[in-house]
Write a protein that binds this ligand. Sequence first.
Ligand code: BMA
Length: 825
Amino acid sequence: MIKQTLRSSWKFHNPNNGKWYDATVPGFIQTDLLSNNIIPDPFFRLNESDVQWIMEKQWTYRTFFSPKKEILDKNNKTLYFYGIDTFSDIFLNDELIISTNNMFHPWEKDVSKYLYSGLNELKVIFHSPIKKVLPLMDKIKHSLPAENDQAGKTSPFSRKAPYHYGWDWGPCLVTSGIWKNVQLHGWDSFNLNKCSILNVGVEKKCATLFLEVEVFSIKKESATISIEESKSNTSLQIPIEIEKGKNVIDKKLLITDPDLWWPSGHGEQPLYTFIITITSATDSFTFLKRIGIRDIFIKREKDKKGRSFEVHVNGKPIFSKGANWIPADSFTTRIKKEHYKQLLSAAKDANMNMLRVWGGGIYEPEIFYDLCDEMGIMVWQDFMFACSMYPADQKFLESVKEEAQYQVDRLKSHPSIVLWCGNNEIASGWLSWGWKEELPASVWNDYKKIFHEVLPNVCKELDPGRLYWPSSPGHSISLPESDQRYGSGDNHYWGVWHGGDGFEAFEEYVGRFMSEYGMQSFPEMKTVRKFAEDRDLDIESKVMVSRQKASLGTGNLIKYIKDYFNPIPGFKATVILSQVMQALAIKTAVEAHRRNMPFCMGTLYWQFNDCWPAISWSSVDYYGNWKALHYYAKRFFNPLIVTIHENKRDLEIHVINDQYKEYNSKLIFQVSKFDGSVIEEKSFNLKIEKASSNCVQTLDKQNLIQGHDKSELFMQAEIRLKKELVCSDIYFFVKPKYLKLNKPKYKYKVERKEGTISIEIEAFSFIYQLHILCENADGIFSDNFFDLLAGEKTIIYFYPKGEDIKTDFNFRLNTVQDITIKQVE
Ligand code: BMA
């Protein structure tokens, strides 16, 4: 089989002036208009609203190409469009060959009879994704809810990424385009349809894999399949008989003494690369499949409190730690390998072992899952349905089925994927957001068809080993009659932020698996400056309001900041304090979840990343910069943590270890004043059991305060292994805004040595939340947003993005003391 990728010489037609312009394939109309300077950058200032007209127009793409001679010489020529967003008619040499309506599966056509030698014209006419569905919407009497859709609630009718229509953290940029490769395949007798390798049984001494290859053949013939894998010394040549039509070739493979794949933090990620070749007298092709061997299942067992939700890997319950992943750009073809690598490394570096690919985005490309496989990041994979009700006519159901079949087959060999989830929050929407009161029962029946029939049937048929979980949050696999329950399944807790609750509420709402909860913040100033000018640096400016898509707005963010801090006037202070506040919120939540292990066995905060530079719940901004929360995440997701927890009159010290290792440690805690004087200090040896969460010390708060002014006190706890500090926590007896902190006194020195950039800091007074900003380069720090005790010294490293180490980096150090006014309780 011979391939030819049709990437070059694409042009698009601008209906506004009738001219043709250069286009990039894969790409989107918006990115092409941008690179031809026809539209301004939609991410800058208020430009989002100026580019809305694009979604109303019809766009034509065209290329002329000459097929390779080797392809023309073949009997069969198949044209593949791996992704078309979304409604288009495709013409080859003026013959209509394909009409598309789903961006989530490829489209193919036997073009043998339409292809010429010499120049061929390939044309794709994109219909407006908005106008195209209006007749469908007119057909039904009610309108379907689409909570975040800013484009006329048209999104439920299109199999297109829901977030393109706007979300409460993202712009409305309804794309059209050839968003994946276009390829021509020339083949003689057979062509590959799909290939997968599944783990079907993993024992210590032997793993059973199931290889499945589907080929389509135009004739009956004898062939050989060869399967080579060097790590396991697999080398097989098996004769096969290929029949005319569809052929499924399956083969059980045994791997003795397999090297098991583990989630990050629990072991290595060995991978096996299979080279599979099918050869006959007339045709041959080769492809690669890389897998990891592991046994994964989700234990859902009834107990007194409900039903558990625990990921087990290779027989061990694993506490899942991470966040919710959204598409990393509004225009996903801009996300390159390096970009994915940088973001996923940030997850791994912050001690995460799971990301949820949330249902309002896209099924991510191969590279995303490859990196997750390599890094040991487990993936909770949603199907792309979120916060809307969907139609379920025959045509729609068929489209959904084809999408699901394609995606499950494409992704199921990845060891990182742990479960399939039908949708995001749709059952909740129906049951609790007033939808069932407003809409006819048939809408719920349509829900049932998609999420309790089509999708589970596809999963059962193609990937029976993985759990299909109909909706997140959810408490059962059957059609629910009530919304989420704390005690069974997974939960989204939004009382903090959407409900206005204080952070303490995180401690009450702990479920078996917390798959969403969150708090907003601003991105750092450098990121703000990429979309805003001086005149926009005000939370109420039009530009800043346009960056806040959440219904409760920045007012809600300010309310939470003011609960904890008393900011000096000015935009910059708000930006920083929003990040510290967000980090404190999520620390409170995650520590509560981890303390409740093994009742709670997973925690994924909302949200990991951004699709544009904005105010949102993310911990890593659009440019990959870590917010305070991400530095905190690295600490609160550490395999071993100590937390000081206020429980009414008491302070409890909890030690949580999610590893299957025991430790002989030393626990040290002290109550001190900001001036450095120690009021009480204790230390003792502590044996930490494997996979445990224990309260190791309970102290009466009043006894500790001993008549001192509690606004001047703090308590610190730390765990040392041998002498090495592995984790610590600081507790304040009052909210940060009531702390009587003195002017911060410290000095620092920046040094460059052998390719490293370090900042040595020495504190002479208690420093609350020291943070370092690099003003002229993107990059991350070894640590940031931390406290320093009087007399403490630390060295922080800066890792610039990219390789540029020649720049003179401009570091600015700041503390919360510098940007807050003391307040009296
Ligand atoms: C969750 C998500 C998203 C949303 C977030 C913040 O429920 O599933 O729909 O962005 O809340 O409101």
